[in-house]
Design a protein around this ligand. Structure first.
Ligand SMILES: Nc1nc2c(ncn2[C@@H]2O[C@H](COP(=O)(O)OP(=O)(O)O)[C@@H](O)[C@H]2O)c(=O)[nH]1
Ligand SMILES: [Mg+2]
Ligand SMILES: [Zn+2]
Ligand SMILES: [Zn+2]
Length: 337
C-alpha cells in the first residue's frame, strides 16, 4: 500500500468558513478598535495604512468576510486552511471524536511524539463551540445536536513552524458546500451489525461527486478516513495481540506499517459485522481511503474521572501526512529514507 502522500493543492484564496465565498485576503474587512467609539468603521485590509485604521489606531486583529459579514480569525484568512468534513450517522460519535482530538493535542498528550506541538482554537465562535463540545469528553456526556458551523483551529506541529489552520465541519450527511470545499473526509462508523441494505456510503460518494462536479461513478481523489468509533464498547471481543490493542507507535509522524495493520484489522471487523456494502462502496468510490479504530472515552466506565482516549489522533495524523504537514515513517518507528 502506498504512503499517504497526495498533493492536495493549497488554494491561494481560501473559502470563507461560513459562506464559502472565495475572497482574497486583502478584500476582507478590518474593524476599528472600540477606542474609535462612534467613528468606528469597517474598511478593507488593503486600505489599512501601516496596519492602522483611518483614525491612526491599531484595528482589531480579526477579519470580516465582505460577503457574509461573519467574523473570521486572521490566522484563517492568512493561513492556508485545510478543511476536514466529519460525516456519519447521528450518534456515531462525530462530535465526540472532534472534541477528543482537539483536547488531546491542546493538552499536550502527543508531546512525546511531537515535542512542542500546540493547538489553539481560533475565534470566539469556535471557542464557544469547543467549550460546549468538550463536555462530551470531560465531565458529563450530553447528547447534543450537531451544528453546522465549523470549528477552526491552528495547529503548530513544532514550536516555531508555520501553523496548519484546520476547519472541522461536523454534520450528519455533510452539506454540499462542506463536501465541495473539503480537503479530507472523516466518516464515523459505530461498531455493531449493519442494517441490511445500508447504502449510506453510496449516498455520500454521490453527494461528494455532485458537490465537486465529478462524473457519476468516477473515483474520488479526496482522502477518506473511515473511523470505527467507540472501540471501548467492543474491545473485549478483540484478540489481545490485535493491532487494535497494541501501543500506538511513538514516531513523530505517521507510521505507515502500523496504519496498514490497523486498516486491515478494522476492515475485517467491519466485514464481520456485515458492513460489506460499506467496504465495497468505500473501495469503489474513494481512491485514497484508510480504516481506523478509536475510542474517545476509553476506560471511563471503570470509574475513572478522565476518559482515556485511544488512537483518536490517527485519522488526523494520516490526513496531515497526506497534506505534507508531518513526516511519514515506513516502519513502525524508524524514519523513511
Ligand atoms: N463508549 C463510547 N461512547 C462514545 C464514544 N464516542 C461517542 N460516544 C457516545 O456516543 C453518543 C453519540 O456521540 P456524539 O459524538 O454526540 O455523536 P454524533 O451525533 O455523531 O456527533 C454519545 O452518547 C457519546 O457519549 C466512545 O468512544 N465510546
Ligand atoms: Mg454531533
Ligand atoms: Zn463569508
Ligand atoms: Zn478607527
Amino acid at each position: 500500500m502506498r504512503a499517504p502522500i497526495w498533493s492536495v493543492p493549497t488554494r491561494r484564496v481560501p473559502a470563507c468558513p461560513y459562506c464559502h465565498a472565495r475572497t482574497p485576503g486583502k478584500a476582507y474587512l478590518r474593524q476599528c478598535a472600540s477606542r474609535c467609539g462612534e467613528t468606528a468603521i469597517q474598511f478593507p485590509v488593503s486600505e489599512a495604512r501601516k496596519g492602522k485604521c483611518p483614525h491612526g489606531r491599531a484595528p482589531k486583529a480579526r477579519r470580516v468576510c465582505p460577503v457574509c459579514e461573519q467574523v473570521v480569525p486572521r490566522e484563517y484568512v492568512e493561513g492556508r486552511p485545510r478543511v476536514i468534513a466529519v460525516v456519519g450517522a447521528a450518534g456515531s460519535g462525530k462530535s465526540t471524536w472532534v472534541a477528543s482530538v482537539i483536547r488531546r493535542v491542546a493538552k499536550g498528550h502527543l508531546d512525546d511524539r511531537f515535542p512542542g506541538m500546540s493547538l489553539d482554537v481560533l475565534g470566539e465562535g469556535s471557542r464557544l463551540r469547543h467549550d460546549r463540545d468538550r463536555v462530551l469528553v470531560a465531565e458529563t456526556v450530553l447528547p447534543l445536536a450537531t451544528e453546522p458551523g465549523p470549528l477552526l483551529v491552528s495547529l503548530h506541529i513544532r514550536p516555531r513552524a508555520r501553523a496548519v489552520v484546520i476547519a472541522f465541519y461536523d454534520s450528519a450527511d455533510g452539506s454540499a458546500a462542506n463536501l465541495e470545499h473539503a480537503d479530507g473526509l472523516v466518516l464515523a462508523v459505530e461498531p455493531g451489525a449493519a442494517v441490511p441494505g445500508d447504502a449510506g456510503i453510496t449516498r455520500l460518494a454521490e453527494a461528494v461527486r455532485a458537490a465537486r462536479g465529478l462524473r457519476p461513478h468516477s473515483r474520488i481523489n479526496m482522502p477518506l478516513a473511515v473511523v470505527l468509533t467507540k472501540l471501548d464498547t467492543v474491545w473485549d471481543m478483540v484478540d489481545p495481540a490485535s493491532p487494535l490493542l497494541r501501543p500506538v507507535p511513538r514516531s513523530g509522524g505517521y507510521a505507515v506499517s502500523d496504519g496498514v495493520d490497523v486498516h486491515h484489522e478494522t476492515a475485517a471487523w467491519l466485514g464481520h459485522w456485515n458492513k460489506t456494502d460499506l467496504i465495497r462502496g468505500v473501495h469503489t468510490a474513494f481512491r485514497r481511503h484508510r480504516y481506523f479504530a478509536a475510542t474517545a472515552l476509553g476506560d471511563r466506565a471503570d470509574g475513572r474521572r478522565e476518559p482515556i482516549p485511544y488512537r483518536v489522533e490517527d485519522p488526523l495524523l494520516w490526513l496531515l501526512a497526506g497534506f505534507g504537514a508531518i513526516p511519514v515513517f515506513r516502519g513502525r518507528e524508524g524514519p523513511t529514507s
